[in-house]
Each structure stands twice: as structure tokens, then as C-alpha cells.
Design a protein around this ligand. Structure first.
Ligand code: UGC
Length: 182
């Protein structure tokens, strides 16, 4: 089974639109709700949705996987999830579910985006994903859902299946593990 190679793409709102929203940027968006003066700018970029009855949660996340090989993917079924790198960059891998089975990633449509410091992404619920760095560790601010985090942490710590998230190993699907490249 040959190893698929996936080229890491530059982040843009258009390219990321099938998976969610690209966030932020250095330039003030005068067309958005906000304000600018010589001392600061603020502007609207996204209305985060933690899902019905969801309590939005800020999570601090460190990423250290620099293998650039996609061995597993994760999806959260109730909430959007935003990731904003702080002081570094990440590579965000995203993948839609199969048309006939959203609970299984459609690996033919897997993509990877470079998310630089000062930008971010917010994924739609059900977006299969995983994250990498090029070297070292990148700390990120994450917006997610309180119950999803508690459910996922309990599952990862206890070895049980999560209810609000799914994690699949590509090998268990009989799929090759893509390698990311610039
Ligand atoms: N906490 C949590 O949900 N983490 C994962 O979704 C992830 O992408 O890191």
C-alpha cells in the first residue's frame, strides 16, 4: 500500500470553508463590526457555537507531534472547535466524513493547512482533524465545549469510548497513513 502524500496548503477563508472558518489576521477588517483607533483595533470574526445547551470552554493545548504522518483523526459531534496558535504555528489536518457515513473520514478529501501565529481556524462539528507542528511545541488557545472536553479526557484516561467525540486510527480502517509535505 503506497503512502499518500498531502501538500500542506496556505490558510485562506475560501480554502478552509468546507471545514469551517479561518480566523483573524493582522489587518483590521473595517467591514466587520468593530472599532479602530490609533491605539487598537477590534473586529468580529466568528460567532462560536458550542452546540445546543453547550457551555463554551477555553482550553490551553500544547502540540508536539512533528511526524507529519496522519495516523489518527478525531471528530467532535456537538460543538465547533477553534484553535489559535500562540507564538508559533501548527499544521491543521481536516477531513470530511464520507457522504454515506459521516462517522467515517473520507480520506480521499483529507487536506492540511498551515496555521501561522496570529491566525486560527474554527472547525464545524463533525470535522475530522488532527494537528502537527514542524518542530518543538506550539501552545494554542482552543475554544470548545466543556462537556466534550470532560467526555474526551475521561475516555482517553480510562480507555473507554467517548460519546461526544470519535477517534479513528487509519490503520484500523485499512487505510494508508498520509504523509504531509510543504
Ligand atoms: N481537547 C480536544 O478536543 N483536543 C482535540 O480535539 C485536538 O484537536 O487537540
Amino acid at each position: 500500500m503506497s503512502t499518500p502524500v498531502v501538500t500542506i496548503e496556505a490558510l485562506s477563508a475560501e480554502a478552509f470553508a468546507p471545514f469551517g472558518w479561518a480566523l483573524g489576521g493582522e489587518r483590521y477588517d473595517a467591514a466587520a463590526t468593530g472599532f479602530s483607533n490609533p491605539g487598537s483595533d477590534f473586529w468580529h470574526v466568528h460567532d462560536f457555537d458550542a452546540g445546543a445547551a453547550g457551555q463554551p470552554e477555553v482550553l490551553w493545548v500544547n502540540y508536539r507531534n512533528d511526524s507529519l504522518r496522519v495516523r489518527l483523526l478525531e471528530a467532535h459531534w456537538l460543538t465547533q472547535q477553534a484553535i489559535v496558535p500562540l507564538g508559533g504555528e501548527i499544521v491543521q489536518v481536516v477531513c470530511p466524513g464520507r457522504e454515506d457515513d459521516p462517522r467515517t473520514p473520507d480520506l480521499q478529501r483529507l487536506r492540511a493547512f498551515r496555521v501561522p501565529n496570529g491566525r486560527g481556524v474554527c472547525m464545524k462539528p463533525g470535522c475530522w482533524h488532527t494537528s502537527f507542528v514542524f518542530a518543538g511545541q506550539t501552545t494554542c488557545l482552543m475554544l470548545t465545549r466543556h462537556s466534550t472536553t470532560a467526555d474526551l479526557a475521561a475516555a482517553l484516561q480510562g480507555g473507554s469510548a467517548a460519546s461526544e467525540s470519535s477517534i479513528v486510527e487509519l490503520a484500523a480502517l485499512g487505510e494508508p497513513e498520509p504523509l504531509l509535505q510543504l
